[in-house]
Design a protein around this ligand. Structure first.
Ligand code: AMP
Ligand code: MG
Length: 319
């Protein structure tokens, strides 16, 4: 990507500038608690088209719409009683709800890639919240990386990936969670379907609100509904070997727990810390001279399932 974007601190002046650019139809990269997002106003077809162009994202892959809270979300989608209870329990936070889109709502058609559903999230990050409040408009914001590549968890990652394709980068420091939101579809009959694992434990939420475990995902292809589930995603651009106990010659080692590496996800074996470090380690591995990457095994419990979901895709050679 040619050119260099201007990066400013996410202080009051930076937030006001970002809001002005967004209101005028521009593109701003900004921090959320999950990863950095590439935001544009969700009601403008031109602004949304710029997101797809900047990312090189296929037009059939819909975007997450970020809102200030439930009230704004209900103007864009139909909430069943079950969906409202989930939103009240998890928002603001790293949970995206896929719901039936409200007819005539102020959303550009490209945001949902023509689907009758819309993905909505009320983020918890104070910078994103302040920008949403200052804009007073819903913001479409996928991760601020080129399509299929590793997600950004710092302003520097965004600058490397997108550079001059964005009007402004707001630097709010590293992202606390470091991994994309959990995506949950809540159907009109009240049934839940997990579309992407993430920081919010959807099974625990289902047990708490509905008194039973989250049902297993249906055995069908969901690629049309959620193209983000395609195998090639989060790719560092080099071969990746999973569950490695030690590096082989030519491998950049990403460690976990007792297995140390050139970069370590969490020396103490803490999965929350590992999620926060995951993309920074993958970016370092991608930028290193080593032609290949090896990654230590990460246990599957709690947010480990979301980490392993991302690692499997990072290691995928499917196209
Ligand atoms: P990202 O680009 O990292 O923000 O990821 C956005 C994810 O949300 C992708 O996996 C999309 O496929 C998914 N998504 C967005 N809108 C919908 C929708 N209406 N139905 C299902 N998945 C969606
Ligand atoms: Mg993404």
């Amino acid at each position: 990507m040619s050119g260099k974007a201007e990066t400013v601190l996410a202080d009051a002046a930076g937030i006001a500038r970002a809001a002005g650019i967004l209101r005028a139809g521009g593109l701003v990269a900004l921090p959320t608690e999950t990863v950095y997002g590439l935001a544009a106003r969700a009601d403008s077809a031109e602004a949304v088209a710029r997101i797809y162009r900047a990312k090189g994202r296929p037009c059939f892959n819909p975007l997450i719409v970020h809102v200030a809270g439930l009230e704004e979300a209900e103007r864009l989608a139909h909430f069943s009683t079950a969906a409202r209870a989930v939103a009240q329990a998890a928002w603001p936070g790293p949970l995206t709800l896929v719901l039936p889109r409200r007819e005539g709502s102020a959303l550009a058609a490209a945001v949902t890639a023509g689907l009758p559903t819309v993905a909505l999230r009320a983020p918890a990050h104070p910078v994103m919240q302040a920008v949403l409040a200052a804009c007073a408009v819903a913001l479409a914001a996928p991760s601020a990386n080129r399509s299929t590549q590793v997600s950004p968890t710092s302003a520097a990652h965004v600058e490397q990936a997108l550079g001059g394709a964005v009007d402004l980068i707001l630097d709010g420091g590293p992202c606390e969670r470091g991994i994309e939101s959990t995506i949950l579809a809540v159907r009109e009959n009240g049934a839940w379907e997990m579309l992407r694992p993430g920081p919010v434990d959807a099974d625990a939420l289902h047990r708490r609100l509905r008194g039973s475990p989250l049902p297993p995902p249906p055995r069908r292809l969901v690629t049309v509904e959620a193209p983000g589930q395609l195998a090639l995603h989060y790719s560092p651009g080099k071969p990746v070997r999973l569950a490695a106990q030690a590096p082989e010659p030519g491998e950049y080692m990403i460690g976990f727990g007792d297995i140390t590496g050139d970069c370590t996800l969490s020396a103490g074996g803490n999965l929350v810390e590992a999620a926060a470090q995951l993309y920074a380690c993958l970016h370092r591995a991608a930028a290193s001279k080593s032609p290949r990457i090896a990654i230590a095994p990460v246990p599957d419990g709690e947010i480990g399932a979301a980490i392993n979901d991302r690692l499997r895709r990072a290691a995928s050679s499917d196209r």
